[in-house]
Design a protein around this ligand. Structure first.
Ligand SMILES: *[C@@H]1O[C@H](CO)[C@@H](O)[C@H](O)[C@H]1NC(C)=O
Ligand SMILES: *[C@@H]1O[C@H](CO)[C@@H](O)[C@H](O)[C@H]1NC(C)=O
Ligand SMILES: *[C@@H]1O[C@H](CO)[C@@H](O)[C@H](O)[C@H]1NC(C)=O
Ligand SMILES: *[C@@H]1O[C@H](CO)[C@@H](O)[C@H](O)[C@H]1NC(C)=O
Ligand SMILES: *[C@@H]1O[C@H](CO)[C@@H](O)[C@H](O)[C@H]1NC(C)=O
Ligand SMILES: *[C@@H]1O[C@H](CO)[C@@H](O)[C@H](O)[C@H]1NC(C)=O
Length: 852
């Protein structure tokens, strides 16, 4: 602080006692709670104003003979001259003595003239309507500070804003009022402490605007070009954070930029001055590691009393205000918190201004520390139910790694199924080997979150081996120094995951470092998460996916449970739409039954609800596409949705089950997954059952019958559905006249189930040729006469229904003695002749002709 500043005392006088000087200016931080401002020194006890020591008693600069002129403060005060013999002003502002309105206050100019970078602004007594501007031009590294002590006939506060007049500090050289920013007003106000305003974006304009007729509108303020940074709150400068572009007041703080204590400081806009009204400022905080703890300590908090609904600080576990709320602060409750990441949001909300404007927001410091315990991990895998409470903060009991020699570490799939690794936890050693060894049926899945390889020209390397590290094998992947990866990019978004999956039950990470530190106190390191995935139990992980698995009817256990993925540390740096598909592939002669038994925490989204009917449960959406909402669906390989659950799902509708004879996928979709909001939970059981109800059968008998099997059980559940897609290939090497008769007792809609006859077609993938006919249950009994000489036909039963289809199929063949037919209508299929009537008529005519 400059020499002219310190504790000081002023006295009334000057403008007819209307504008009293502040009675007592205290050192910042000591005054009334946490309001802070730059103390402006007033020389003596009986001074008239900042620059006039006595109204008279000194010689007059314009007339050496007179001694009745004002005595000016020696340090910075200059006499106003003949027109105002009893007044002094700041040197450099003499021409504004009489009328301080529409004035430019330039820091450099005033410092050169008066030696001071602070002063007073005393407006003339104006008759409203009136308008005055004061342009404050700071030097580099200075904040504009204004302290308002007195306001007379300057509008009034109507509860939400000022009417009739106001005083306002706006950024920029243009003195145009901004309705959304803070304006102060009042009829006859003395502010002690002063209303303090700061501007941090270069030049600022103080605007005094009276919009109605008044007799004497006036204000008194002090200004200061306060050094930013430096020490003390008045010079406050955000540290360690980054302003987010195109936002009014949002910031991003990332742990790797806040390593030194005190390196990250955040505050409300304009701190320690009055903050702008009606703002939502978001301070995003990110961490790079599961073990990082965030300490937020509010060194100052002063918000209007009894306005907690509109003026508050809220902290969320996540990156949006819809994330879980951790804490809120208001009034002057100072506090300290410790949370874990990966993302936190500190939201500062301000409401309408509250006179007498004696509040100034908050100041907080951020510190990031690493939990010291090593190799913390929690168990859990895709099939096992995981406890999110344990996963969320990674505070499950630390496990002892097998080996603790030097930097080397062995993670055993026997001990923990998933967890986190960090070479920073280990003593430094030039060679650091992390070995992941699973059970015989495991594969190892790892994800690298952060690394810092500093040494030049590839002197430090990190290698990933599929299996064990061995000089004879080449690493699968090699990272060469200098190379740095943070989990997040500079805008706070997670980078794409960098994952590796072993082909067998072992994977090794090797870090080779030449020297303990390279160019910095921070060690070279590597960290991430691992997951042991038991392919026998958890399904086969699909390559290049995070969580898509396949269960094969022949190799997987015949029955088991599946639950929601997303709880393992491997998901720590995943954010966004999460879709995990668990696919079940029954073998021929097998059916698969999926039963969703529990479902919890589906977000109660009003835009989606579940509707269960005979054809399954459906997600009924409005306005928003289904992909943007949490849901759980059972889908065929062809994409047909057999059941879908979303929205405010009723527990009593469970279980929902589907039995199918063709592959099905259980698809778990979370619209916005993050480590802190892991989406909803479910459990489902599955069972592969050997039966021969439905499949692909080739039948060469010339005649026969097929009857539906009774697959309904007496204990049929409410929402149990069947999905069948069965094919019978009626094949014959001999030319024949085939007749098929279909019958059912069920009166069901055609969409519930139906049987279609197709021509056999070699050239297509599934051999389905032209559709000849579709039998619907409402047909009850129908004979499908088929084209002449059609020896091979595909019959396809399709069913999506809660009631198992009951049907019988009977077919007969008449051998055609082709050579006996001399001529006549051919049965060449003709698409134009209609789907089947044409050929049928043709056949009929042919038969008649043949008999005659
Ligand atoms: C100050 O300047 C503005 C224009 O910038 C003008 O409208 C206003 O009348 C001036 N005020 C006085 C008191 O001269
Ligand atoms: C206060 O004044 C503002 C601006 O003139 C106006 O929009 C608002 O409705 C007023 N509020 C009340 C409560 O009168
Ligand atoms: C896991 O446990 C089995 C049986 O106890 C043992 O044979 C195997 O060596 C263990 N594996 C590891 C990596 O510790
Ligand atoms: C299906 O099962 C039946 C009875 O168990 C058996 O006769 C038939 O050969 C099986 N078919 C296939 C393709 O495995
Ligand atoms: C099917 O079997 C169940 C018992 O397994 C029986 O309750 C039901 O009546 C049978 N339905 C028919 C149509 O035979
Ligand atoms: C036949 O049944 C399937 C499955 O239920 C259905 O998707 C399809 O629309 C039905 N076809 C007709 C023509 O109704």
């Amino acid at each position: 602080m400059g020499a002219g500043r310190g504790r000081g005392r002023g006295r009334g006088g000057g403008a007819g006692a209307l504008l009293l000087l502040p009675p007592l200016l205290l050192l910042l931080g000591v005054a009334r709670a946490q309001v802070a401002w730059t103390p402006i020194y007033v020389d003596g006890n009986s001074q008239v104003d900042l620059w006039t020591q006595e109204a008279q008693g000194c010689s007059c600069p314009f007339d050496a003979a007179r001694r009745d002129c004002a005595c000016c403060v020696r340090d910075g005060g200059c006499h106003c001259g003949r027109s105002m013999p009893n007044r002094c002003s700041q040197c450099g502002l003499e021409q504004h003595c009489g009328r301080m309105c529409n004035v430019t206050l330039d820091s450099r100019f005033l410092a050169s003239r008066s030696g001071k970078t602070f002063g007073q602004i005393k407006s003339p007594s104006l008759e409203g309507p009136a308008f005055c501007w004061f342009l404050l031009q700071p030097d580099v590294g200075q904040r504009v500070e204004v302290q308002v002590y007195r306001l007379v006939s300057a509008g009034r506060f109507n509860g939400t804003s000022c009417e009739g007049g106001f005083l306002q500090l706006v950024d920029g050289q243009e003195p145009s009022p901004r309705a959304g920013d803070v304006q102060i007003c009042g009829g006859n106000e003395r502010y002690a402490p002063p209303v303090v305003l700061f501007a941090d974006r270069g030049p600022a304009s103080l605007i005094f605007q009276i919009g109605e007729s008044t007799l004497r509108s006036q204000f008194l303020a002090y200004y200061s070009f306060t050094p930013s940074g430096g020490g003390g709150a008045v010079g406050f400068q955000a540290r360690g954070g980054r302003r987010i572009d195109l936002t009014e007041c949002d910031w991003l703080y990332q742990d790797f930029l806040c390593r030194e204590p005190g390196s990250c400081v955040l505050a409300s806009p304009g701190y320690p001055g009055l903050y702008p009204p009606n703002r939502q400022c978001k301070y995003h905080i990110t961490t790079s590691s599961i073990q990082t703890q965030v300490h937020i300590s509010f060194t100052s908090l002063l918000l209007p009393y009894n306005h907690c609904r509109t003026h508050y600080v809220a902290i969320y576990q996540g990156s949006t205000p819809s994330s879980p709320l951790l804490n809120t602060l208001c009034s002057n409750r100072k506090a300290q918190f410790t949370y874990s990441g990966p993302k936190l949001l500190l939201e500062f909300s301000s409401g309408p201004p509250v006179p007498p404007y004696d509040y100034n927001g908050f100041l907080a410091t951020l510190e990031f520390t690493e939990k010291i315990t090593s190799t913390e991990s929690s168990t859990g895998s895709i099939v096992k139910s995981t406890e999110p409470g344990v996963m969320m903060d990674g505070t499950s009991a630390p496990r002892r790694p097998l080996s603790r020699t030097g930097c080397d570490l062995v993670f055993s799939g026997n001990d923990s199924r998933s967890g986190h690794f960090d070479t920073k936890d280990r003593p430094w050693s030039p060679l650091c080997t992390l070995t992941f060894v699973g059970r015989p049926t495991d594969i190892v899945h790892i994800s690298l979150f952060n690394y810092q390889l500093r040494a030049p020209s590839c002197q430090t390397v990190a290698e990933v081996y599929d299996g064990y590290a061995d000089d004879s094998v080449k690493p699968r992947h090699r990272l060469c120094s200098p190379l740095t990866k943070h989990a997040q990019d500079p805008s706070g978004r997670f980078l794409e995951q960098q994952t590796f999956v072993s082909s067998d039950n072992a994977l090794t990470l090797v870090l080779r470092r030449p020297s303990p530190s390279f160019g910095s106190s921070e060690k070279e390191f590597l960290n991430g998460a691992f997951l042991f995935h038991d392919e026998q139990v958890d399904g086969t992980l699909r390559p290049d996916t995070l969580c898509d698995v396949d269960y094969y009817g022949l190799s997987s256990p015949r029955q088991g449970h599946v639950t929601n993925p997303g709880g393992q540390q491997l998901f720590w740096n995943y954010e966004g739409t999460l879709r995990c598909s668990q696919r079940f592939i029954p073998a021929a002669n097998q059916s698969i039954t999926l039963t969703i038994t529990t479902l919890a925490r589906l977000s109660a989204n009003p835009n989606c609800h579940t509707l269960c009917g005979d054809s399954g449960c459906r997600c009924v959406t409005k306005l928003i596409p289904l992909l943007q909402m949490d849901h759980l669906a059972i889908i065929t390989d062809q994409g047909q949705v057999l059941s879908c659950l979303c929205g405010d799902f009723q527990q009593q509708w469970l279980p929902v089950s589907v039995r199918s004879w063709s592959p099905m996928r259980l698809v778990y979709s979370v619209a916005h997954y993050s480590w802190n909001m892991q989406g909803f939970q479910f459990t489902s059981s599955y069972a592969f059952v050997v039966d021969s109800v439905c499949g692909y059968a080739r039948i060469s008998e010339p005649a026969g019958e097929i009857h539906s099997k009774n697959i309904s059980s007496s204990a049929m559940k409410l929402n149990h559905y069947f999905h069948q897609d069965c094919v019978w290939l009626l094949d014959s090497k001999i030319e024949r006249q085939l007749t098929i008769e279909l019958a059912t007792e069920q009166s069901r809609p055609c969409t519930a189930w139906n049987i279609s006859a197709y021509k056999y077609d070699d050239s297509t993938n599934d051999n389905f040729g032209e559709l000849l006919h579709t039998f619907c249950p409402r047909d009850r009994r129908k004979e499908i006469p088929l084209p002449w000489k059609l020896d091979t036909v595909l019959l396809r039963l399709r069913a999506t229904t809660g009631t198992a289809p009951e049907y019988s199929i009977r077919w007969t063949s008449q051998i055609v003695r082709a050579n006996t037919r001399v001529s006549g209508p051919t049965s060449a299929p003709s698409a134009a002749a209609g789907k089947w009537m044409g050929p049928w008529l043709g056949t009929l005519l042919a038969l008649l002709w043949y008999r005659s």
